[in-house]
Design a protein around this ligand. Structure first.
Ligand code: SF4
Ligand code: MSK
Length: 657
């Protein structure tokens, strides 16, 4: 045998193991032929650091970094004496703080925009949904009778600014929290004051030598996460609805087949509605449409991705091309004439892929530049300047296209845009709009419970697979599924966001879906719109018959393919709101620790929800259903009931129970 060392050639990972999305798979195959690398390849080539994966290290000061042994986590302490519980609680808290900061900074930008619109300093946007303005104002005690829209709106932005800047007291939307849930929070001292204060205090507490009790750190993590869910995120959703319109169901196509070879294709990816609202104006601007035609195109085709896409789709019926793990792959089509991004979940790897296909990658937000991308700053006071420039760049790229075009011919129709207001209307009708039919159907057992299945896709797990298998198992067992973000797109691509998908549901849920004409999987929008699920849960409690707090509801949440720190903040605010929340892929702490026990058991004993973990979607479904059944039993609704027509006195009895 040759003396030379024989180096075994590393086996290339198989593309079929990366994703169940056929369009993404087709493009990953082309990428391999074209010699283009994506996050799927990098994930396959980069083994996750086992210590980091379990947060079993600390680098909060230069006496460290200190590493712990996850097999024997109490064998040693950090140089400063910090225990594994302190270190993990601090690491987890910093994830909550970052995720909450992302949502609240986005929400604050929406309030800034709202204020400028109300004061007449920005005229490109206006209040589109006055009805929603009035309802939101009323929900936090603002007088609306005999007052002008401007007066109500002025009071509303002044009040909602407190969500961010207030230093004492309770955030405005605490008024929407069911009484018993709020009582628990007050007892635990976790009602948020203002998001800036909570995030600042949490970061302070995680500095070396400050808060060194994992329970106390977690109390502040709860408070900060709640400032996100019931504060930053909820304000972002409500203001966006007021300014740009509350979503109502709309039929939309999803998947890469929404690209058009003979059009100038413009993709929006990120999270901020002000940017894509302006882009919608720019792509319809007659001079730009003419310029596109002069360049040989049939027109301009606007398409969304990730959460900007989910929001545009819900609100305006703009087609959606794919979720987080498809954003590099779509560039491989060669048909994207511009990808315009703003904030959050924008992979830096897009730069090199875009470069391979000569697609301009344009950053627009002052908070988010990317080395190698072109920056055209977006300004709310003159929004079209940026978006027009982006479209001009796209037209120029179309004219000079050199890349070979291959667009997967796959489009999946579906119905999206189920705001909590619409769920109310849909189930109750315009004369009796309420959550009564939903609660009744849960009480009589047709619907076993409600699950929120949300969150990202992640190259550490086959794209879309866990979302799809989990949701199929849930609806088969009569669990109604509410969705947001990238998860919603996973299910849309499988055709589960259509009323016809009711045939995959259990007999009870199927009957309800067929009666109402709704899909068994309801898409509510972007990841910020998880706040819609909180409001729906509060409405269910308020409606009566399902307990007094969110923790009493036969409900559960899941993020089976999560990857971002925002997901951790979302998970924590669902847990702190009373929801059993199960994550997949990995859970970033060591199992055999007191901190783990606190998150997975202790919080529930305090009257909140709790965390769960499994990477297996079938096991996840079982865990969620077991929890739903436990709650049904506690409510005394676990026995199958015959349908009875209830009169008012029956209803009063249910409410009193
Ligand atoms: Fe180590 Fe303590 Fe410094 Fe963390 S804070 S790096 S545990 S010495
Ligand atoms: S974009 S946070 S990958 S849902 Fe909201 Fe999708 Fe997760 Fe980002």
């Amino acid at each position: 045998m040759d003396e030379k060392k024989v180096v075994a050639k590393k086996k290339e990972p198989e593309i079929k193991d990366f994703t169940i999305c056929d369009a993404t798979r087709q493009m990953l195959e082309k990428a391999r032929r074209d010699g283009v690398e994506t996050a799927f390849d990098r994930a396959a080539n980069m083994k996750p650091c086992p210590i980091g994966a379990e947060s079993a290290c600390c680098k909060n000061c230069s006496m460290g970094p200190c590493r712990f042994n996850s097999r024997d986590p109490y064998a040693k302490v950090g140089v400063c004496g910090a225990t594994i519980d302190t270190v993990q609680a601090r690491n987890f808290a910093r994830m909550v703080a970052t995720g909450a900061a992302a949502h609240t900074d986005h929400g604050m930008a929406m309030v800034d925009l709202f204020r400028e619109v109300v004061n007449g300093h920005i005229t490109e946007y206006r209040i589109k949904d006055e009805d929603k303005l009035i309802k939101v104002a009323q929900s936090i005690g603002i007088e609306t009778e005999d007052r002008s829209v401007k007066e109500i709106a002025t009071d509303l932005y002044e009040e909602l600014e407190r969500t961010y800047t207030q230093v004492e007291g309770e955030i405005p939307f605490a008024k929407r929290v069911p009484e018993k849930t709020l009582e628990t929070w007050r007892k635990l001292g976790i009602v948020p004051r203002g998001a800036m204060r909570e995030i600042m205090e949490l970061m302070h507490r995680t500095h070396i030598g400050v808060d060194q009790h994992y329970e106390n750190i977690t109390r502040q993590s709860n408070r900060t996460a709640l400032a996100d869910g019931w504060g930053g995120s909820m304000v972002a959703t409500e203001i966006s609805d007021i300014l740009f319109g509350t979503p109502t169901p709309v039929a939309v196509d999803v998947n890469m087949g929404v690209l058009k070879e003979d059009h100038v294709n413009v993709i929006i990816h990120g999270h901020e509605p002000n940017m894509f609202e302006s882009m919608m104006v720019s792509v319809n601007e007659p001079t730009l449409v003419q310029a596109a035609k002069d360049a040989g195109a049939e027109g301009i085709n606007l398409v969304g991705m990730c959460c900007s896409g989910a929001e545009m789709m819900s609100r305006h019926g703009v087609p959606h091309a794919g979720n987080f793990m498809s954003t590099e792959a779509i560039l491989v089509t060669g048909a994207v004439d511009v990808m315009c991004v703003d904030i959050q979940c924008i992979k830096q790897g897009l730069v090199s892929v875009a470069d391979c296909y000569k697609t301009p990658l344009i950053t627009t937000n002052p908070r988010a530049h990317i080395e190698g991308a072109t920056h055209i700053e977006f300004d709310d006071h003159n929004p079209q300047k940026c978006t027009d420039d982006v479209v001009i760049k796209a037209i120029s790229r179309f004219k000079n296209r050199t890349a070979a075009i291959e667009i997967p011919n796959i489009r999946n129709a579906g119905v999206h845009g189920f705001s909590h207001e619409y769920i109310n209307y849909m189930l109750g009708g315009s004369f009796r709009s309420s959550y009564t039919p939903l609660n009744d159907n849960i009480i009589n057992g047709r619907i076993r419970g409600v699950a929120g299945v949300v969150g990202c896709t992640n190259p550490r797990i086959k794209q879309d697979w866990a979302h799809v298998e989990l949701v199929k198992a849930l609806i088969k067992n009569d669990v109604l599924v509410l969705q947001t973000g990238c998860s919603q797109i996973s299910l849309a691509k499988e055709g589960l966001c259509t009323p016809e998908a009711a045939y995959l549901a259990g007999p009870g849920l199927r009957e309800v879906c067929e009666t109402v004409g709704m899909p068994p999987v309801l898409g509510l929008g972007s990841c910020v719109d998880n706040s819609r699920i909180l409001i729906a849960a509060s409405e269910m409690v308020r409606e009566g018959g399902l307990g007094d707090s969110i923790a009493d509801l036969p409900a559960a949440g899941a993020a089976p393919e999560w990857m971002s720190e925002k997901a951790i903040s979302i998970g924590q605010y669902f847990v702190a709101s009373g929801v059993y929340t199960v994550f997949g892929v990995t859970f970033p702490i060591v199992k055999e620790t007191k901190f783990h026990k606190l998150l997975f058991e202790g919080l529930e004993e305090q009257g909140l929800g709790k965390w769960g973990f499994t990477a297996d979607p079938y096991e996840m479904a079982k865990m969620m259903i077991a929890h739903i059944d436990k709650k049904r039993q506690a409510l005394g609704i676990d026995k199958a009931r015959d349908r009875v027509l209830r009169d008012m006195s029956d209803r009063r009895d249910i409410e009193a129970a």
